[in-house]
Every structure is written in C-alpha cells, then in structure tokens.
Write a protein that binds this ligand. Structure first.
Ligand code: NDP
Length: 448
C-alpha cells in the first residue's frame, strides 16, 4: 500500500480528515483537481460573505446621514472588490495548503478517480496508487438548467470573477445561492430580477421567514417573479433575452443560474469500486459515512446529506474517530443552525412551525416583528423578525427563526440552547442584555 488513507477532494471535509489522520501518524495523500480549499474557500462561503459585506455599504452610507455623517463621495469599483476578494481566497487557500503540509499530508494536484476498492488512478500523470482506506470528499457543483440557450447562463462559480458588473441581471432559483447573489448584485447597484419556479422562495425555511425576506427584497428593489418558468434564453446585441412560459420577456445583461447543486459523482470510477449512489447521484453512506464498498467512505456535499461546511467538517472528525481511533462516532445531523446571508440575513435552527405542528400535532409560537433601534435614526424601514417554536407539552424550544441584522450571529448561540433541549421557561429565566436585538428572545411572553 502506498498510503494508509487517500482522500479525494481538498475541500473543508477532505482537508480536515486528511490532517487529523496524518497527525495521528497515518501516511496520507490528498488529491485536488482545482484549488486547495474547495467550494467554501474558493467559490462559496468565504468569497460570498465578502461580497455580501461589500453590498451592504451602499445602504450604510445612506444610514450614516441620520447619525450626522455626510457621505457624498461614495463610488463603487467592482474590479477592486473582485481582485481583493480573489487575493483573500488565494491567501486562505495557501493557509489550507500549509496546514496540510505541516501535518505531513502529501498533496497531489491532480484529478483522482477510483479504479477499484483500494486503488486510485491520477488522471494527469496516470499513476495508480494504492491505499488501505479511501475517503471521497469531492463535493458538488452547480446544477445547470436544460432550456434552450441555457449554455449562456453563468453559475455562482463565474459570478466571483466577472470582468465587469452588468447593469441588469436575472437570477434563476429561490434557494441559498439565488437569494444571496440577488442581495449582492442588487446591493452593488445592479438591477436584479429573481425568477423562481415556486410561489415562495427559500423552501425549507419557516414560512414567515420566507415571506419576510421576499417582502424585504422587493421593498429594497429586487424584482421577484414567482412562480416563473424560463422557456428560452437568447443572445441579443446588448445582452440576453429571457423568455418565460407565460409569454413575458426580460432583457438583461447577464443570467445566473442558481437552481441547486449536484454531487460530483460523475466519472469518479464509483461503479468500478462498488460504491453505490442514490437516485439524486449522491454517494449513499451509513451513519458512520461508510459507503457500500469496504474501506471506502464519503463525507460532505457528495453524500447529499446537509450541504454545509461545518457539517462536512464534523463528518470528517467523526470519520477520523471511527476509522483511526476505533471509536465509532456518528455525527448527529439534527438541530444544525443555518443562515442565508440575504437582505436581511435570516438564520434558523431546529423545527419550523409547520414541521413542529406536523410532528407534535400542535406547537406554541412566540414571535415579534420590530424596527431595530439603529434603523430608526437612520430612517431605514428595515425590520427584524423573531420566532420561537416551543413544544406544546414539555416546553422545550424546538426552533428559532430570525430575520434581521446579526441573525446568523444570534442563532449560532441560540443553537446551543436548542441542541441542549432547554425549555422556554429556562430561556425566560435568562436575563436580557440591553440594548440589543437578541434580548427579545428572552423577553417573549405572549403566545400567538
Ligand atoms: P438550493 O437547493 O438551496 O436551492 C435551489 C433552488 O433552485 C430552489 O429554489 C429550487 O426550487 C430551485 N430549483 C431546483 N431545480 C430547479 C429547476 N430544475 N428549475 C428551476 N428551479 C429549480 O440550492 P443552492 O444552489 O442555492 O445551494 C446549494 C446548497 O449549498 C444549499 O442547499 C446549502 O446547503 C448550500 N449553501 C449554503 C449557504 C449558506 O450556508 N449560507 C450558501 C450557499 C449554498 P424548489 O425550492 O422549488 O425546489
């Protein structure tokens, strides 16, 4: 055997597993066909959040007036932002690489495909390498639509590297990526239209949060067409023409597809290795991330469980503990907090009101909708929304759903209490921290 562990994919999950295994004394290699860091670092969470920060300044300059500031020189320069973000991505990718090297992981910059239960073939130099264990952490990629002219769409991958910002953009989809990029582009001054196939964006989130974000995006200038069904996309002299099934047409400078992500399972040699995939082309794994092939495991987006960076990392740690420390550990995928960095950001942990009602027959709900103090002086109409979903009988807080500034920061801590199963009475026993928005969460007394 050349290695004790061969990891395919140097994203958040793969890097963590490789480092832990190497630090424990195993001989480890990691293969990456693009850039070390994967989706999160290179073309996802990190560059996205930097763009979200950038998109918030326009409104912040306006808000500043109410606080006595005069800001009449503000001007936005896309190439400066794009290049600074790219430089930060390069810096972080370098840190990931250094950490791997420090741990003693052998980094292979090549595409690796399975050739059997214990063999991978490098596509560049064609070497075959053997490993005791193989971990597949190859992530996912944007799903692209199938309508006529779909090849003209960009995905989020390209959105970070645009030569110039268009005057107008049409974004397809109503999930995480669509809402975040609608927020980014409109915040940077691009006239933005969102076309979503259903009635309500952000499926999976609490219905009231979905309505709240929909209303806020519209109020702040995003055109939302829902339901909307794109039939065709054509090039024009100045850009593109989007034709919808109902006959409506939209002229635009750019079309971005954000209709979901697919697991990166094609051409990986999974069949040769006996690794089974599901109908959605995700690698099927058990609670310990083991695939149908002995000694081959899979973690992260390629398994189609919960496509979030911290989840991939926790799956990596559980994999390491199970396989290398011989301490079977299954990551618990319940009560994982999540956020969409939209305008406003939303964040949630636990059950939605609808899910709680379905599970327990009923649910107690506490909620508030208010204009944060900062916005009043600023003359900003943006509001905040908070909702607690509580078990109807034992009083446990089952879900927390927030929209507004700092919602993701607040939910990270609320998730501790939800995961610990604390009751509403215990939340109420916690003293408020004044003046904050988060204090509302321990002051909600009126059941609705
Ligand atoms: P999502 O699954 O969140 O959203 C996909 C959207 O596209 C949905 O609105 C879906 O509609 C719609 N859609 C799906 N198929 C089609 C189709 N054939 N035609 C038209 N519309 C379609 O995917 P994203 O790409 O936005 O994000 C992928 C995942 O990455 C997320 O689920 C999340 O796990 C992760 N992510 C996390 C982020 C964060 O933590 N902040 C940020 C970005 C991504 P419908 O709802 O009707 O199915």
């Amino acid at each position: 055997m050349d290695y004790d562990l061969f990891v395919i994919g140097a994203g958040s999950g793969g890097v963590r597993a490789a480092r832990l295994a190497a630090q424990s004394g195993a001989r480890v290699a990691i293969a990456e066909e693009y850039r070390v860091g994967g989706t999160c670092v290179v073309r996802g969470c990190i560059p996205k959040k930097l763009l979200v920060y950038a998109s918030e300044y326009g409104r912040a300059f306006q808000d500043a007036k109410g606080f006595g500031w005069t800001v009449d020189w503000a001007r936005f320069d896309w190439p400066v932002l794009r290049d600074n973000v790219e430089a930060e991505v390069t810096r972080l990718s370098g840190i990931y690489r250094q950490n791997l090297e420090k741990a003693g992981v052998h980094i292979i910059e090549d595409r690796a495909e399975l050739e059997g239960r214990d063999t991978v073939r490098l596509k560049g130099d064609l070497r075959a390498l053997k490993a005791e264990r193989i971990l597949i952490a190859a992530g996912g990629r944007p799903r692209m639509p199938a309508f006529k002219g779909a090849e003209h769409c960009i995905s989020s991958n390209e959105a970070f590297l645009l030569e110039r910002l268009p005057d107008r953009i049409v974004i397809l989809g109503g999930g995480y990526v669509a809402i975040e990029f609608a927020t980014i582009f409109s915040g940077l001054g691009v006239e933005t239209t969102l076309v979503y196939r259903g009635n309500r964006i952000l499926r999976g989130f609490d219905d009231e949060l979905r309505d709240f974000v929909d209303a806020e995006l519209r109020r702040t200038g995003v055109h939302i067409i829902a339901p909307g069904d794109v039939k065709e996309l054509a090039r024009t002299a100045n850009g593109y023409l989007v034709s919808l099934a109902d006959g409506a047409q939209i002229e635009t400078g750019l079309v971005m597809s954000a209709i979901g992500r697919d697991p990166n399972t094609s051409d990986l040699g999974l069949e040769a290795a006996g690794v089974a995939i599901s109908e959605t082309k995700a690698i099927m794994v058990d609670a310990y991330s083991r695939t149908s092939a002995p000694n081959i495991s899979a973690i992260g987006d390629i398994t189609g469980r919960l496509g979030l960076t911290p989840v991939a990392i926790r799956e990596a740690v559980a994999y390491f503990e199970t396989e290398f420390l011989k301490r079977p550990t299954a990551f618990d995928h319940s009560d994982v907090p999540t956020a969409v960095f939209g305008r406003p950001p939303i964040a949630a942990v636990g059950l939605t009101e609808a899910a709680a009602r379905q599970k327990y027959g009923e649910a107690d709900v506490y909620k508030t909708n208010f204009r944060p103090m900062k916005h009043i002086l600023a003359g900003n109409e943006e509001r905040a929304f908070m909702k607690l979903v509580v078990h109807p009988r034992d009083g446990r807080v089952l879900g927390v759903h927030l929209a507004g500034r700092d919602a993701p920061e607040i939910v990270q801590m609320a998730a501790v209490a939800v995961k610990a199963g604390l009751t509403k009475a215990q939340w109420d026993a916690t003293c408020a921290l004044h003046p904050t928005a988060a204090e509302e969460l321990v002051l909600l007394r009126q059941k609705t």
